[in-house]
Design a protein. Sequence first.
Length: 118
Amino acid sequence: MRLTSTGLLRSIPLAVAGAALAAAVACGSDSATVTPNPEIGLIPTSATISVGDSVRITVVLPSALSASGATYVSGNPAVAITRTNGWVIGVGRGNTNITVTSIADARLSTPFSLSVTP
């Protein structure tokens, strides 16, 4: 996409975009460099608990995002349910992922692997 003089986006033919990228890379330009997003960390990164037991996920976010916290979503509520404060409770036997997402930046998301035993 390219911004026109009127402020509208206009598509650029793929061949033109590819040639521009190839030229930038060939010239050693760093204009094609992608800066990675900050990451979200978890402590622990996975757990095994029994039915009825719980584990608390501690989220490690970049300092600018840490005040807003995270959301926790169970991939299988028949295996585990989540609470807004990071506690995960085993309710049935099986395996599931808990998806932890930054509230301030939804692009920051990571899975927490959980096994629940009888």
